[in-house]
Design a protein around this ligand. Structure first.
Ligand code: GLU
Length: 316
């Protein structure tokens, strides 16, 4: 049997914070315990949101924590031909269609829809052509034209290694989602599937903010005939005391911030260890974390980062 493979996939759109560190550390420990190969992939497709220097800093901070990998870093921006080929394949089989809807039109439609969410607006299908209508392939790569996946009207069921049985109804939540934007950028959903497939990834470990993306990615696996999708392990997020996802308003929880203040990485690992229920916080090496970590010990509840946690880190 071939060796299983996983990936660490930071987006250089912001600084790595303690929540990102927890996810990468758990992914790393699972991989090293199970003998999976680790690929480092920098998800740098999201043009306008990429911050200068963020890639180098992410790599440095992973190393600072003692997290290592076997292959990469691989960059998405370096070779986009595989994304273009996937788009063409989807267009030829009529799994996607061009969409020229403006943001205004979409917002107006979602306001009148019963389940309008602020972030993931459900696409109401304005541009969806009848299933037997062929797609104008000459529109591929044209700016001003986005591409959407034709999502079937049925639920997707899968088993998550941590979160358990999942049933998601993509057509009812987000509808026909984007695979390429009007600016000609490949969407995260498509890029991640193409990359996971071409890098031979069969174990995906990530935060459960991406749980709802998984059925979209499984649909793409199917339509692109990429074989079995990976096994997924989605971890509860780290949140602030106000129960909202970790962000600037919770104070500075960036790894770079602690490193600048000479906090030892072992102290950060100790806090992450406590969050993973490895006993009371104490300074810990990656070796100790690796020896003690057990996925089953994680709580299914989100982890709350408190002012006291921050004070403990800085009190060294
Ligand atoms: N790049 C994404 C992030 O930093 C992770 C994507 C994934 O794991 O599929 O949140």
């Amino acid at each position: 049997m071939s060796v299983a493979r996983t990936r660490l996939a930071p987006s250089p759109t912001g600084a790595l914070h303690l929540g990102n560190a927890r996810t990468f550390l758990v992914n790393w420990a699972l991989a090293r315990q199970q003998g999976w190969k680790i690929v480092l992939r920098i998800e740098d497709l999201d043009g306008p949101r990429i911050k200068a220097g963020a890639t180098e800093l992410a790599v440095e901070l992973l190393e600072w924590l003692g997290i290592d990998w076997d292959e990469g870093p691989f960059f998405q921006l370096h070779d986009q031909s595989a994304y273009q080929a996937a788009l063409r394949q989807l267009a030829e089989q009529r799994s996607i269609y061009p969409c020229r809807c403006s943001r205004k039109q979409l917002e107006a439609a979602s306001l009148s829809a019963p389940h309008g969410h602020e972030h993931d607006l459900r696409y109401p299908g304005n541009c969806r052509p009848p299933g037997d209508q062929s797609v104008d392939l000459s529109l591929l790569g044209t700016t001003g034209v986005a591409w959407r996946m034709r999502v079937p009207d049925q639920p997707t069921v899968f088993e998550d290694e941590f979160a358990g049985r999942q049933e998601h109804y993509v057509q009812q939540t987000v509808g026909d989602f984007l695979v390429a934007t009007k600016a000609g950028l490949t969407s995260y959903q498509l890029a991640v599937v193409v990359d996971d497939a071409r890098q031979g990834i069969d174990q995906v470990v990530r935060g459960d903010d991406l749980l709802a993306s998984t059925p979209r990615q499984m649909l793409l696996y199917d339509r692109l005939e990429l074989g079995q999708p990976p096994t997924y392990t989605h971890l509860p997020l780290v949140i602030g005391e106000d129960r909202r996802r970790l962000a600037k308003r919770h104070g500075d929880s960036r790894l770079a911030h602690y490193r600048e203040r000479d906090v030892a990485p072992e102290r950060v690992l100790g806090l992450l260890g406590e969050w993973c229920n490895l006993g009371p916080r104490r300074e810990m090496s990656t070796g100790e974390f690796f020896e003690q970590f057990q996925l089953q010990r994680l709580s299914p509840e989100p982890i709350v980062f408190t002012a006291a946690d921050d004070a403990w880190l800085l009190d060294s």
